[in-house]
Ligand binder design. Sequence first.
Ligand code: HEM
Length: 493
Amino acid sequence: IGALNIVLVLVASCLLFLLACRKKKFKNLPPGPTPLPFIGNMHQVDVKELIKSLRELSGTYGPMYTFHLGSRPCVVLSGYKVLKEALIDKAEEFSGRGDFPAVQMWSNGNGIVYGTGERWRSLRRFAISTLKNFGMGKRSLEERIKEEAQFLMAEFRKTQGKPFDPTFFLSCAGSNIICTLVFGDRFEYTDKKFLTLLDLINSNWKLMSSTWGQLLFTFPKIMRHVPGPHRLIYKNYLKLAEFVRERIEMNRETLDSNHMRDFIDCFLIKLQQEKNNPDSHFSEETMSKTTVNLFFAGTETVSSTLRYGLRILLRHPEVEEKLHEEIDRVIGPNRSPCMEDRSRMPYTDAVLHEIQRYADIVPMGVPHTVTRDIEFRGYTLPKVKPTATASLTDGPSGLCLKTFKNPNSFDPTHFLDENGRFRKNDALMAFSAGKRVCLGESLAIMELFIFLTSILQSFNLKPLMDPKDIDITPESSGLGNIPRPYQFCLLPR
Ligand code: HEM
Protein backbone atom coordinates (compact mmCIF):
# COMPACT_ATOMS: atom_id res chain seq x y z
CA ILE A 1 0.00 0.00 0.00
CA GLY A 2 2.96 2.29 0.74
CA ALA A 3 4.29 1.68 -2.76
CA LEU A 4 0.81 2.29 -4.12
CA ASN A 5 0.59 5.70 -2.44
CA ILE A 6 3.95 6.66 -3.85
CA VAL A 7 2.87 5.65 -7.32
CA LEU A 8 -0.43 7.51 -7.00
CA VAL A 9 1.31 10.71 -5.92
CA LEU A 10 3.83 10.27 -8.68
CA VAL A 11 1.12 9.83 -11.22
CA ALA A 12 -0.86 12.77 -9.90
CA SER A 13 2.05 15.14 -10.11
CA CYS A 14 3.35 13.97 -13.48
CA LEU A 15 0.14 13.98 -15.45
CA LEU A 16 -1.64 17.04 -14.14
CA PHE A 17 -1.56 18.72 -17.49
CA LEU A 18 -2.93 15.91 -19.63
CA LEU A 19 -6.37 15.62 -18.08
CA ALA A 20 -7.27 19.22 -18.78
CA CYS A 21 -6.55 18.57 -22.46
CA ARG A 22 -8.56 15.39 -22.57
CA LYS A 23 -11.66 16.33 -20.68
CA LYS A 24 -13.30 18.18 -23.56
CA LYS A 25 -13.55 15.03 -25.68
CA PHE A 26 -16.06 13.28 -23.45
CA LYS A 27 -19.29 15.25 -23.36
CA ASN A 28 -22.21 12.97 -22.67
CA LEU A 29 -20.88 9.98 -20.78
CA PRO A 30 -23.02 8.31 -18.11
CA PRO A 31 -22.63 9.82 -14.64
CA GLY A 32 -20.28 8.30 -12.13
CA PRO A 33 -18.14 9.23 -9.15
CA THR A 34 -16.26 12.52 -9.47
CA PRO A 35 -12.68 11.93 -10.60
CA LEU A 36 -9.58 13.68 -9.31
CA PRO A 37 -6.98 14.89 -11.78
CA PHE A 38 -4.83 12.02 -13.04
CA ILE A 39 -5.68 9.45 -10.44
CA GLY A 40 -9.27 9.50 -11.67
CA ASN A 41 -11.43 7.50 -9.27
CA MET A 42 -8.65 5.29 -7.99
CA HIS A 43 -8.77 6.91 -4.55
CA GLN A 44 -12.34 5.57 -4.21
CA VAL A 45 -11.44 1.94 -4.75
CA ASP A 46 -9.32 -0.72 -3.17
CA VAL A 47 -6.86 -1.55 -5.95
CA LYS A 48 -6.48 -5.03 -4.49
CA GLU A 49 -10.21 -5.56 -4.81
CA LEU A 50 -11.07 -3.42 -7.79
CA ILE A 51 -14.01 -5.56 -8.80
CA LYS A 52 -15.59 -5.47 -5.37
CA SER A 53 -15.22 -1.69 -5.35
CA LEU A 54 -16.77 -1.40 -8.81
CA ARG A 55 -19.68 -3.48 -7.60
CA GLU A 56 -20.22 -1.17 -4.68
CA LEU A 57 -20.17 1.82 -7.01
CA SER A 58 -22.83 0.20 -9.18
CA GLY A 59 -25.03 0.12 -6.07
CA THR A 60 -24.87 3.93 -6.13
CA TYR A 61 -24.70 4.68 -9.85
CA GLY A 62 -26.63 1.79 -11.38
CA PRO A 63 -25.77 -0.72 -14.10
CA MET A 64 -23.90 1.78 -16.29
CA TYR A 65 -21.58 4.45 -15.02
CA THR A 66 -18.35 6.18 -15.88
CA PHE A 67 -15.30 5.32 -13.87
CA HIS A 68 -11.90 6.93 -14.39
CA LEU A 69 -9.05 4.51 -14.51
CA GLY A 70 -6.43 7.14 -13.92
CA SER A 71 -7.11 9.66 -16.64
CA ARG A 72 -8.96 7.21 -18.92
CA PRO A 73 -12.73 7.30 -18.65
CA CYS A 74 -14.13 3.82 -18.68
CA VAL A 75 -17.80 2.96 -18.92
CA VAL A 76 -18.62 0.13 -16.58
CA LEU A 77 -21.53 -2.09 -17.60
CA SER A 78 -22.77 -4.39 -14.90
CA GLY A 79 -25.33 -7.12 -14.91
CA TYR A 80 -27.03 -9.22 -17.53
CA LYS A 81 -29.59 -6.72 -18.83
CA VAL A 82 -27.22 -3.96 -19.88
CA LEU A 83 -24.57 -6.43 -21.07
CA LYS A 84 -27.15 -8.09 -23.30
CA GLU A 85 -28.26 -4.73 -24.70
CA ALA A 86 -24.64 -3.90 -25.47
CA LEU A 87 -22.86 -7.11 -26.44
CA ILE A 88 -25.78 -8.89 -28.12
CA ASP A 89 -28.30 -6.28 -29.29
CA LYS A 90 -25.55 -3.91 -30.45
CA ALA A 91 -23.03 -6.62 -31.17
CA GLU A 92 -21.25 -4.92 -34.05
CA GLU A 93 -20.85 -1.59 -32.27
CA PHE A 94 -19.49 -3.17 -29.10
CA SER A 95 -17.10 -5.53 -30.84
CA GLY A 96 -14.01 -3.32 -30.49
CA ARG A 97 -11.26 -4.27 -28.09
CA GLY A 98 -10.49 -1.78 -25.34
CA ASP A 99 -7.02 -0.84 -24.19
CA PHE A 100 -5.26 -3.58 -22.35
CA PRO A 101 -1.98 -1.95 -21.40
CA ALA A 102 -0.50 -4.99 -19.64
CA VAL A 103 -0.31 -6.82 -22.96
CA GLN A 104 -0.26 -3.90 -25.39
CA MET A 105 3.54 -3.62 -25.44
CA TRP A 106 3.79 -7.20 -26.69
CA SER A 107 0.59 -7.50 -28.73
CA ASN A 108 0.70 -4.16 -30.50
CA GLY A 109 -3.01 -4.63 -31.08
CA ASN A 110 -2.23 -7.64 -33.28
CA GLY A 111 -3.64 -11.17 -33.01
CA ILE A 112 -7.16 -12.21 -31.99
CA VAL A 113 -7.56 -11.44 -28.32
CA TYR A 114 -6.16 -7.91 -28.42
CA GLY A 115 -6.79 -7.14 -32.08
CA THR A 116 -9.53 -5.06 -33.57
CA GLY A 117 -11.01 -4.04 -36.95
CA GLU A 118 -10.84 -6.05 -40.17
CA ARG A 119 -7.65 -7.86 -39.26
CA TRP A 120 -9.23 -9.19 -36.06
CA ARG A 121 -12.34 -10.25 -37.98
CA SER A 122 -10.33 -12.20 -40.58
CA LEU A 123 -8.08 -13.83 -37.98
CA ARG A 124 -11.02 -14.83 -35.82
CA ARG A 125 -12.90 -16.34 -38.78
CA PHE A 126 -9.78 -18.20 -39.89
CA ALA A 127 -9.04 -19.51 -36.38
CA ILE A 128 -12.59 -20.74 -35.80
CA SER A 129 -12.83 -22.59 -39.10
CA THR A 130 -9.34 -24.09 -38.77
CA LEU A 131 -9.87 -25.27 -35.19
CA LYS A 132 -13.21 -26.77 -36.23
CA ASN A 133 -11.48 -28.65 -39.05
CA PHE A 134 -9.19 -30.13 -36.45
CA GLY A 135 -12.16 -31.24 -34.40
CA MET A 136 -13.08 -28.37 -32.06
CA GLY A 137 -16.60 -29.11 -30.82
CA LYS A 138 -16.60 -32.56 -32.48
CA ARG A 139 -16.34 -36.21 -31.52
CA SER A 140 -12.73 -36.59 -32.65
CA LEU A 141 -11.56 -34.00 -30.16
CA GLU A 142 -13.73 -35.51 -27.46
CA GLU A 143 -11.70 -38.70 -27.89
CA ARG A 144 -8.49 -36.68 -27.48
CA ILE A 145 -9.83 -35.10 -24.27
CA LYS A 146 -10.83 -38.53 -22.92
CA GLU A 147 -7.35 -39.82 -23.68
CA GLU A 148 -5.75 -36.82 -21.95
CA ALA A 149 -8.02 -37.37 -18.94
CA GLN A 150 -6.53 -40.86 -18.62
CA PHE A 151 -2.98 -39.41 -18.71
CA LEU A 152 -4.05 -37.00 -15.99
CA MET A 153 -5.49 -39.79 -13.84
CA ALA A 154 -2.24 -41.75 -14.23
CA GLU A 155 -0.26 -38.73 -12.99
CA PHE A 156 -2.66 -38.28 -10.09
CA ARG A 157 -2.32 -41.93 -9.12
CA LYS A 158 1.43 -41.38 -8.81
CA THR A 159 0.79 -39.00 -5.89
CA GLN A 160 -0.21 -42.09 -3.86
CA GLY A 161 -2.66 -40.23 -1.67
CA LYS A 162 0.01 -37.78 -0.49
CA PRO A 163 -0.62 -34.00 -0.35
CA PHE A 164 0.17 -32.09 -3.54
CA ASP A 165 -0.61 -28.87 -5.38
CA PRO A 166 -2.71 -29.64 -8.51
CA THR A 167 -1.78 -26.50 -10.48
CA PHE A 168 0.64 -27.94 -12.99
CA PHE A 169 -1.15 -31.25 -13.47
CA LEU A 170 -4.29 -29.37 -14.46
CA SER A 171 -2.36 -26.90 -16.63
CA CYS A 172 -0.69 -29.78 -18.47
CA ALA A 173 -4.00 -31.50 -19.12
CA GLY A 174 -5.83 -28.35 -20.29
CA SER A 175 -2.90 -27.09 -22.30
CA ASN A 176 -2.33 -30.42 -24.04
CA ILE A 177 -5.72 -30.13 -25.75
CA ILE A 178 -5.03 -26.75 -27.29
CA CYS A 179 -1.45 -27.91 -28.02
CA THR A 180 -2.86 -30.82 -30.03
CA LEU A 181 -4.82 -28.38 -32.16
CA VAL A 182 -2.18 -25.70 -32.50
CA PHE A 183 1.11 -27.66 -32.44
CA GLY A 184 -0.25 -31.03 -33.55
CA ASP A 185 1.10 -32.74 -30.46
CA ARG A 186 0.76 -33.17 -26.73
CA PHE A 187 3.60 -32.91 -24.24
CA GLU A 188 4.65 -35.20 -21.41
CA TYR A 189 3.87 -33.96 -17.90
CA THR A 190 7.58 -34.19 -17.15
CA ASP A 191 8.73 -32.23 -20.21
CA LYS A 192 10.84 -29.43 -18.67
CA LYS A 193 10.31 -27.00 -21.53
CA PHE A 194 6.55 -27.50 -21.48
CA LEU A 195 6.47 -26.93 -17.72
CA THR A 196 8.49 -23.74 -18.15
CA LEU A 197 5.98 -22.47 -20.71
CA LEU A 198 3.07 -23.31 -18.43
CA ASP A 199 4.84 -21.47 -15.64
CA LEU A 200 5.22 -18.39 -17.88
CA ILE A 201 1.51 -18.45 -18.70
CA ASN A 202 0.52 -19.03 -15.09
CA SER A 203 2.82 -16.21 -13.89
CA ASN A 204 1.48 -13.77 -16.45
CA TRP A 205 -2.11 -14.57 -15.57
CA LYS A 206 -1.28 -13.99 -11.90
CA LEU A 207 0.67 -10.80 -12.61
CA MET A 208 -2.16 -9.37 -14.70
CA SER A 209 -4.48 -10.09 -11.79
CA SER A 210 -2.21 -8.63 -9.09
CA THR A 211 -2.14 -5.14 -7.62
CA TRP A 212 0.87 -4.40 -9.85
CA GLY A 213 -1.15 -5.53 -12.84
CA GLN A 214 -4.02 -3.22 -11.84
CA LEU A 215 -1.62 -0.31 -11.50
CA LEU A 216 -0.23 -1.02 -14.94
CA PHE A 217 -3.78 -1.20 -16.29
CA THR A 218 -4.59 2.13 -14.68
CA PHE A 219 -1.41 4.13 -15.20
CA PRO A 220 0.26 2.46 -18.19
CA LYS A 221 2.48 5.33 -19.26
CA ILE A 222 4.03 5.71 -15.83
CA MET A 223 4.07 2.11 -14.75
CA ARG A 224 5.98 1.02 -17.82
CA HIS A 225 8.94 2.91 -16.37
CA VAL A 226 8.47 1.98 -12.73
CA PRO A 227 10.44 -1.10 -11.67
CA GLY A 228 8.37 -3.98 -10.35
CA PRO A 229 7.15 -7.49 -11.13
CA HIS A 230 4.62 -6.18 -13.67
CA ARG A 231 7.47 -5.63 -16.10
CA LEU A 232 7.90 -9.38 -16.32
CA ILE A 233 4.60 -9.62 -18.24
CA TYR A 234 6.23 -8.32 -21.41
CA LYS A 235 9.35 -10.46 -20.96
CA ASN A 236 7.27 -13.58 -20.39
CA TYR A 237 5.27 -12.92 -23.54
CA LEU A 238 8.52 -12.62 -25.49
CA LYS A 239 9.60 -16.03 -24.18
CA LEU A 240 6.28 -17.58 -25.18
CA ALA A 241 6.61 -16.00 -28.61
CA GLU A 242 10.13 -17.43 -28.92
CA PHE A 243 8.82 -20.94 -28.28
CA VAL A 244 6.07 -20.41 -30.84
CA ARG A 245 8.67 -19.19 -33.34
CA GLU A 246 10.66 -22.40 -32.88
CA ARG A 247 7.55 -24.49 -33.45
CA ILE A 248 6.67 -22.48 -36.55
CA GLU A 249 10.15 -23.14 -37.95
CA MET A 250 9.80 -26.88 -37.21
CA ASN A 251 6.49 -26.93 -39.08
CA ARG A 252 7.86 -24.90 -41.99
CA GLU A 253 10.67 -27.40 -42.58
CA THR A 254 8.31 -30.36 -42.78
CA LEU A 255 5.26 -28.67 -44.30
CA ASP A 256 3.17 -30.81 -46.64
CA SER A 257 0.09 -29.14 -48.08
CA ASN A 258 -1.56 -32.53 -48.62
CA HIS A 259 -1.27 -33.41 -44.98
CA MET A 260 -2.08 -30.56 -42.67
CA ARG A 261 -1.18 -31.42 -39.10
CA ASP A 262 -2.26 -28.43 -37.09
CA PHE A 263 -3.21 -24.76 -36.88
CA ILE A 264 0.35 -23.63 -37.63
CA ASP A 265 0.45 -25.69 -40.87
CA CYS A 266 -2.81 -24.09 -41.98
CA PHE A 267 -1.48 -20.64 -41.21
CA LEU A 268 1.71 -21.31 -43.18
CA ILE A 269 -0.34 -22.37 -46.20
CA LYS A 270 -2.55 -19.31 -45.80
CA LEU A 271 0.59 -17.14 -45.85
CA GLN A 272 1.66 -18.76 -49.12
CA GLN A 273 -1.79 -18.22 -50.65
CA GLU A 274 -1.85 -14.58 -49.61
CA LYS A 275 1.73 -13.67 -50.40
CA ASN A 276 0.81 -11.61 -53.45
CA ASN A 277 -2.03 -9.81 -51.75
CA PRO A 278 -0.71 -6.47 -50.48
CA ASP A 279 -3.82 -5.98 -48.29
CA SER A 280 -3.58 -9.37 -46.64
CA HIS A 281 -4.14 -9.52 -42.88
CA PHE A 282 -2.02 -12.66 -42.69
CA SER A 283 1.64 -12.12 -41.90
CA GLU A 284 4.40 -13.78 -39.89
CA GLU A 285 3.62 -11.44 -37.04
CA THR A 286 -0.12 -12.18 -36.98
CA MET A 287 0.72 -15.90 -37.09
CA SER A 288 2.97 -15.60 -34.04
CA LYS A 289 0.57 -13.41 -32.03
CA THR A 290 -2.48 -15.50 -32.88
CA THR A 291 -0.74 -18.74 -31.96
CA VAL A 292 0.41 -17.32 -28.62
CA ASN A 293 -3.17 -16.08 -28.03
CA LEU A 294 -4.64 -19.54 -28.55
CA PHE A 295 -1.97 -21.26 -26.50
CA PHE A 296 -2.41 -18.80 -23.61
CA ALA A 297 -6.22 -18.53 -23.68
CA GLY A 298 -6.63 -22.28 -24.06
CA THR A 299 -4.30 -23.14 -21.19
CA GLU A 300 -4.88 -20.98 -18.18
CA THR A 301 -8.65 -20.57 -18.33
CA VAL A 302 -9.60 -24.24 -18.19
CA SER A 303 -6.93 -25.13 -15.67
CA SER A 304 -7.76 -22.29 -13.27
CA THR A 305 -11.47 -23.14 -13.47
CA LEU A 306 -10.66 -26.74 -12.51
CA ARG A 307 -8.21 -25.67 -9.81
CA TYR A 308 -10.78 -23.30 -8.37
CA GLY A 309 -13.51 -25.91 -8.76
CA LEU A 310 -11.63 -28.58 -6.83
CA ARG A 311 -10.96 -26.13 -4.01
CA ILE A 312 -14.68 -25.32 -3.86
CA LEU A 313 -15.49 -29.03 -3.69
CA LEU A 314 -13.01 -29.47 -0.83
CA ARG A 315 -14.97 -26.78 1.00
CA HIS A 316 -18.28 -28.49 0.14
CA PRO A 317 -17.96 -32.28 0.72
CA GLU A 318 -21.77 -32.60 0.55
CA VAL A 319 -21.59 -31.48 -3.10
CA GLU A 320 -18.72 -33.85 -3.83
CA GLU A 321 -20.77 -36.71 -2.39
CA LYS A 322 -23.71 -36.00 -4.67
CA LEU A 323 -21.37 -35.83 -7.66
CA HIS A 324 -19.94 -39.25 -6.79
CA GLU A 325 -23.46 -40.61 -6.52
CA GLU A 326 -24.47 -39.31 -9.95
CA ILE A 327 -21.24 -40.41 -11.62
CA ASP A 328 -21.51 -43.92 -10.14
CA ARG A 329 -25.15 -44.20 -11.19
CA VAL A 330 -24.83 -42.88 -14.75
CA ILE A 331 -21.27 -43.78 -15.78
CA GLY A 332 -20.15 -46.45 -13.31
CA PRO A 333 -16.51 -47.30 -12.60
CA ASN A 334 -15.50 -49.08 -15.81
CA ARG A 335 -15.68 -46.66 -18.73
CA SER A 336 -14.51 -43.11 -19.41
CA PRO A 337 -17.00 -40.28 -19.03
CA CYS A 338 -18.16 -38.82 -22.37
CA MET A 339 -20.21 -35.82 -23.45
CA GLU A 340 -23.30 -37.90 -24.04
CA ASP A 341 -23.46 -38.56 -20.31
CA ARG A 342 -23.97 -34.89 -19.55
CA SER A 343 -27.67 -34.75 -20.43
CA ARG A 344 -28.28 -37.54 -17.91
CA MET A 345 -26.23 -35.81 -15.22
CA PRO A 346 -28.13 -32.62 -14.30
CA TYR A 347 -26.45 -32.28 -10.90
CA THR A 348 -22.93 -32.43 -12.35
CA ASP A 349 -23.97 -30.00 -15.07
CA ALA A 350 -25.36 -27.61 -12.46
CA VAL A 351 -22.20 -27.88 -10.33
CA LEU A 352 -20.00 -27.07 -13.34
CA HIS A 353 -22.11 -24.02 -14.16
CA GLU A 354 -22.06 -22.95 -10.53
CA ILE A 355 -18.26 -23.36 -10.43
CA GLN A 356 -18.02 -21.09 -13.45
CA ARG A 357 -20.37 -18.55 -11.86
CA TYR A 358 -18.72 -18.62 -8.47
CA ALA A 359 -15.11 -18.81 -9.59
CA ASP A 360 -15.81 -16.16 -12.23
CA ILE A 361 -12.30 -16.56 -13.54
CA VAL A 362 -12.43 -13.60 -15.97
CA PRO A 363 -14.50 -11.32 -13.73
CA MET A 364 -14.33 -8.13 -15.77
CA GLY A 365 -14.25 -9.85 -19.10
CA VAL A 366 -11.68 -8.36 -21.45
CA PRO A 367 -12.28 -4.64 -22.11
CA HIS A 368 -14.31 -3.66 -25.14
CA THR A 369 -14.60 -0.41 -27.07
CA VAL A 370 -17.30 0.79 -29.39
CA THR A 371 -16.40 0.72 -33.06
CA ARG A 372 -18.12 4.06 -33.80
CA ASP A 373 -19.67 6.89 -31.78
CA ILE A 374 -22.99 5.56 -30.54
CA GLU A 375 -25.99 6.63 -28.50
CA PHE A 376 -26.60 4.05 -25.81
CA ARG A 377 -29.21 4.32 -23.06
CA GLY A 378 -29.38 8.08 -23.63
CA TYR A 379 -25.62 8.66 -23.46
CA THR A 380 -22.92 9.06 -26.08
CA LEU A 381 -20.12 6.54 -26.13
CA PRO A 382 -17.35 7.87 -28.33
CA LYS A 383 -15.10 5.81 -30.53
CA VAL A 384 -11.90 7.09 -29.01
CA LYS A 385 -9.20 4.97 -27.57
CA PRO A 386 -9.39 5.90 -23.92
CA THR A 387 -12.96 4.75 -23.44
CA ALA A 388 -12.79 1.17 -22.37
CA THR A 389 -15.98 -0.66 -21.55
CA ALA A 390 -15.50 -3.24 -18.89
CA SER A 391 -18.07 -5.97 -18.92
CA LEU A 392 -18.74 -7.86 -15.75
CA THR A 393 -20.57 -11.08 -15.14
CA ASP A 394 -22.92 -12.00 -12.34
CA GLY A 395 -20.58 -13.93 -10.07
CA PRO A 396 -19.95 -13.02 -6.45
CA SER A 397 -17.30 -10.64 -7.68
CA GLY A 398 -19.45 -9.49 -10.59
CA LEU A 399 -21.71 -6.55 -10.31
CA CYS A 400 -25.34 -7.44 -10.63
CA LEU A 401 -26.22 -10.07 -8.10
CA LYS A 402 -29.98 -10.01 -8.29
CA THR A 403 -30.35 -12.77 -10.85
CA PHE A 404 -29.21 -15.50 -8.44
CA LYS A 405 -31.05 -16.15 -5.20
CA ASN A 406 -27.94 -16.82 -3.17
CA PRO A 407 -25.29 -14.86 -5.05
CA ASN A 408 -22.46 -14.92 -2.54
CA SER A 409 -22.67 -18.62 -1.79
CA PHE A 410 -21.69 -21.64 -3.79
CA ASP A 411 -25.09 -23.17 -4.48
CA PRO A 412 -25.64 -25.62 -7.38
CA THR A 413 -29.43 -25.17 -7.07
CA HIS A 414 -28.90 -21.89 -8.94
CA PHE A 415 -28.91 -24.14 -12.00
CA LEU A 416 -31.53 -26.71 -10.96
CA ASP A 417 -35.33 -26.56 -10.99
CA GLU A 418 -37.62 -27.93 -8.25
CA ASN A 419 -37.49 -31.38 -9.87
CA GLY A 420 -33.71 -31.53 -9.93
CA ARG A 421 -33.53 -30.90 -13.67
CA PHE A 422 -30.79 -28.69 -15.08
CA ARG A 423 -31.97 -25.08 -15.51
CA LYS A 424 -30.03 -22.70 -17.71
CA ASN A 425 -29.58 -19.09 -16.63
CA ASP A 426 -28.59 -16.58 -19.32
CA ALA A 427 -27.12 -14.28 -16.70
CA LEU A 428 -24.11 -16.57 -16.47
CA MET A 429 -21.82 -15.10 -19.10
CA ALA A 430 -18.54 -16.76 -18.21
CA PHE A 431 -17.57 -16.81 -21.90
CA SER A 432 -18.94 -13.31 -22.57
CA ALA A 433 -21.32 -12.83 -25.49
CA GLY A 434 -21.70 -11.22 -28.90
CA LYS A 435 -19.10 -10.90 -31.61
CA ARG A 436 -16.18 -11.41 -29.26
CA VAL A 437 -17.62 -14.34 -27.36
CA CYS A 438 -14.87 -16.76 -26.31
CA LEU A 439 -14.00 -18.78 -29.38
CA GLY A 440 -12.95 -21.76 -27.29
CA GLU A 441 -16.29 -22.08 -25.48
CA SER A 442 -17.34 -25.46 -26.88
CA LEU A 443 -13.85 -26.84 -26.30
CA ALA A 444 -13.70 -25.53 -22.73
CA ILE A 445 -17.12 -27.01 -21.87
CA MET A 446 -16.00 -30.45 -23.07
CA GLU A 447 -12.74 -30.26 -21.17
CA LEU A 448 -14.37 -29.12 -17.92
CA PHE A 449 -16.97 -31.89 -18.02
CA ILE A 450 -14.64 -34.73 -18.96
CA PHE A 451 -11.76 -33.74 -16.68
CA LEU A 452 -13.91 -33.12 -13.61
CA THR A 453 -16.03 -36.26 -13.96
CA SER A 454 -12.91 -38.36 -14.62
CA ILE A 455 -11.26 -37.06 -11.45
CA LEU A 456 -14.32 -37.77 -9.30
CA GLN A 457 -14.93 -41.14 -10.91
CA SER A 458 -11.43 -42.23 -9.87
CA PHE A 459 -10.78 -40.36 -6.63
CA ASN A 460 -12.18 -38.98 -3.39
CA LEU A 461 -10.90 -35.51 -2.53
CA LYS A 462 -9.30 -35.17 0.88
CA PRO A 463 -8.62 -31.71 2.30
CA LEU A 464 -5.73 -31.02 4.67
CA MET A 465 -7.92 -29.03 7.04
CA ASP A 466 -11.48 -28.82 8.26
CA PRO A 467 -13.59 -27.99 5.16
CA LYS A 468 -15.22 -25.11 7.03
CA ASP A 469 -11.84 -23.40 7.32
CA ILE A 470 -11.17 -23.47 3.57
CA ASP A 471 -11.35 -19.95 2.19
CA ILE A 472 -12.83 -20.03 -1.31
CA THR A 473 -12.58 -16.31 -2.00
CA PRO A 474 -9.91 -15.45 -4.60
CA GLU A 475 -6.36 -14.67 -3.60
CA SER A 476 -6.31 -11.74 -5.99
CA SER A 477 -8.58 -10.37 -8.63
CA GLY A 478 -7.78 -8.50 -11.83
CA LEU A 479 -7.96 -9.85 -15.35
CA GLY A 480 -8.47 -13.17 -13.60
CA ASN A 481 -9.81 -14.31 -10.25
CA ILE A 482 -6.90 -16.29 -8.83
CA PRO A 483 -7.79 -19.12 -6.45
CA ARG A 484 -5.71 -19.38 -3.28
CA PRO A 485 -2.82 -21.83 -3.61
CA TYR A 486 -3.53 -25.14 -1.89
CA GLN A 487 -2.58 -28.75 -1.47
CA PHE A 488 -4.88 -31.72 -1.02
CA CYS A 489 -4.87 -35.50 -1.35
CA LEU A 490 -6.54 -37.72 -3.91
CA LEU A 491 -7.58 -41.10 -2.54
CA PRO A 492 -8.33 -43.76 -5.15
CA ARG A 493 -11.95 -44.94 -4.95
C1 HEM B 1 -13.24 -22.01 -18.83
C2 HEM B 1 -12.61 -21.65 -19.90
C3 HEM B 1 -12.70 -20.30 -20.58
C4 HEM B 1 -13.29 -19.13 -20.17
C5 HEM B 1 -14.03 -18.86 -18.87
C6 HEM B 1 -13.07 -18.15 -21.22
C7 HEM B 1 -13.52 -16.84 -21.16
C8 HEM B 1 -13.29 -15.90 -22.14
C9 HEM B 1 -13.72 -14.52 -22.08
C10 HEM B 1 -14.50 -13.89 -20.94
C11 HEM B 1 -13.28 -13.90 -23.20
C12 HEM B 1 -13.45 -12.42 -23.57
C13 HEM B 1 -14.60 -12.24 -24.52
C14 HEM B 1 -14.89 -10.78 -24.81
O1 HEM B 1 -13.98 -10.06 -25.23
O2 HEM B 1 -16.03 -10.34 -24.60
C15 HEM B 1 -12.58 -14.90 -23.99
C16 HEM B 1 -12.00 -14.65 -25.22
C17 HEM B 1 -11.26 -15.58 -25.91
N1 HEM B 1 -11.05 -16.90 -25.60
FE1 HEM B 1 -11.78 -17.87 -23.96
N2 HEM B 1 -12.34 -18.73 -22.22
C18 HEM B 1 -12.11 -20.04 -21.88
C19 HEM B 1 -11.45 -20.99 -22.63
C20 HEM B 1 -10.87 -20.77 -23.85
C21 HEM B 1 -10.21 -21.79 -24.65
C22 HEM B 1 -10.08 -23.27 -24.30
C23 HEM B 1 -9.73 -21.17 -25.76
C24 HEM B 1 -8.97 -21.83 -26.88
C25 HEM B 1 -9.31 -21.89 -28.08
C26 HEM B 1 -10.10 -19.76 -25.68
C27 HEM B 1 -9.81 -18.78 -26.61
C28 HEM B 1 -10.25 -17.47 -26.55
C29 HEM B 1 -9.91 -16.46 -27.55
C30 HEM B 1 -9.01 -16.66 -28.76
C31 HEM B 1 -10.56 -15.28 -27.16
C32 HEM B 1 -10.53 -13.92 -27.85
C33 HEM B 1 -11.79 -13.73 -28.68
C34 HEM B 1 -11.83 -12.38 -29.41
O3 HEM B 1 -11.29 -11.40 -28.90
O4 HEM B 1 -12.41 -12.34 -30.50
N3 HEM B 1 -10.79 -19.56 -24.51
N4 HEM B 1 -12.60 -16.11 -23.34
